[in-house]
Design a protein. Structure first.
Length: 225
């Protein structure tokens, strides 16, 4: 599952590498009202920082200064709260990605901007482990709900590839394959070895290398299969 952090590019407060508010988290002004959104904001911070298993409903209630009963009034269980947290995060990320991808700039530049934002936002989060841990506690319906929200992210990237093909900016390819390849490369960008060292020294260099590999492939000349 893929994660980024949030805000439209006009307000690029979270989809730029210069901003430190994690992608997908609500702005501070959004964390005040209403109560259900305040609960989601607190849950987002706690789940991302500590993982699913280590966070209790009591923790969430304390973080947003409400009672445990209030949390349960809006969300029937911790699993339901987690599911809604992820789904709403995905929706915000989708809107922010679309804002970048719809800019009047070459596709390569837009993909680079998204890559930098994603890597900056997820540098301290092991997303795969995070989701594996949570899925063991979720129902099939909850997992499908999150997967459906995630698909919307891929669709935004697919659309950008499709439009670039229609303009002749890139060659004809399968846009679904291209989108999933791009996201897979972003995941590799978070890799750290046994000494906790990344492959490249900075987020910016990592993003450049990912886009260069996506754009140019392995060969200096066109390779026919």
């Amino acid at each position: 599952m893929v994660y980024l952090h949030e805000t439209a590019y006009k307000e690029r407060t979270s989809l730029t590498a210069n901003n430190k508010r994690p992608l997908g988290r609500p702005r501070s002004s959004e964390q005040k009202q209403p109560t259900n959104q305040s609960i989601l904001a607190a849950a987002t911070d706690l789940f991302l920082a500590n993982g699913y298993q280590e966070v209790s409903v009591d923790d969430v209630a304390a973080a947003c200064n409400v009672t445990k009963a209030t949390v349960y009034y809006y969300y029937s269980s911790k699993a339901a709260l987690f599911t809604e947290t992820i789904v709403q995060m995905m929706f915000r990320i989708q809107a922010q990605m679309e804002a970048i991808l719809q800019e009047k700039a070459p596709l390569r530049n837009r993909l680079l901007q998204v890559a930098e934002a994603h890597l900056e936002a997820t540098v301290d989060i092991d997303l795969d482990s995070f989701m594996r841990e949570a899925k063991n506690a979720l129902t099939e319906e909850q997992i499908k709900k999150m997967q459906a929200a995630e698909e919307k992210l891929y669709e935004a990237i697919e659309q950008a590839f499709t439009e670039a093909m229609d303009k002749g900016e890139i060659r004809k390819i399968n846009s679904t394959f291209a989108a999933h390849t791009y996201i897979s490369l972003l995941r590799v960008g978070n890799y750290r070895d046994a000494d906790d060292e990344p492959i490249f020294p900075t987020v910016q260099v990592t993003a450049e290398q990912i886009i260069a590999f996506l754009w140019n492939g392995l060969f200096t000349e066109k390779f026919e299969l």
